[in-house]
Design a protein around this ligand. Structure first.
Ligand code: HEC
Length: 151
């Protein structure tokens, strides 16, 4: 697949970044995990896990643990930390590619703000709670940051 220019992501990043930078300056590890907890976790759990959780993951892609997110699916890697424009996941949720639009049902499409948040999250390095492979996400409810465990 060839990717068209990615002006969209750059604009979004500038918008999301201004709100984020104050918290990140204090504690980047915590700010990254908090961003995941508040902006990404609920969307992943409620909109993606039905098909990309631990049971029979579609497209051979699990999105419930950092290890699996970075491993990718049947097309190979789908998230390149720090490189949203090179990440297939972003193209999928933007819904611009007729062949791979996620979630598949058009009425479930993410809002542009939700897409922007995923762009920002990948730009931040796709942080997850938990050291190493990261915790397995199950609940949609944001969890408090745990120093030592999370960064
Ligand atoms: C109703 C089921 C369903 C839901 C909900 C869903 N997906 Fe998918 N997803 C699929 C199927 C089926 C495929 C395989 C599509 C194909 O191969 O053409 C897939 C493939 C993918 C792929 C490509 C994997 C690869 O390696 O080829 C990505 C990335 C992806 N989904 C991301 C997401 C994200 C992010 C969400 C939530 C916002 C989501 N999906 C929600 C069913 C779903």
């Amino acid at each position: 697949m060839t990717f068209p220019p990615f002006r969209f992501a750059v604009t979004c990043l500038a918008l999301a970044g201004s709100a984020f930078s104050a918290a990140a300056a204090e504690d980047p590890a915590r700010a990254g995990v908090d961003f995941l907890e508040n902006k990404i976790r609920p969307v992943l759990v409620e909109r993606c896990f039905k098909c990309h959780g631990g049971e029979k993951p579609q497209g051979k892609l699990r999105l419930d643990q950092r290890h699996f997110v970075l491993q990718g699916g049947k097309s190979g890697r789908v998230v390149l930390p720090g490189d949203p424009s090179g990440s297939l996941l972003i193209w999928a949720i933007r819904g611009v590619d007729q062949e791979l639009s996620m979630p598949p049902d058009e009425k479930d499409q993410l809002t542009s703000e939700e897409v922007q948040n995923f762009v920002m999250w990948i730009q931040l390095g796709a942080p997850f709670p938990g050291a190493g492979w990261g915790s397995v996400l199950t609940s949609a409810t944001p969890q408090p940051f745990t120093p030592g465990r999370d960064g």
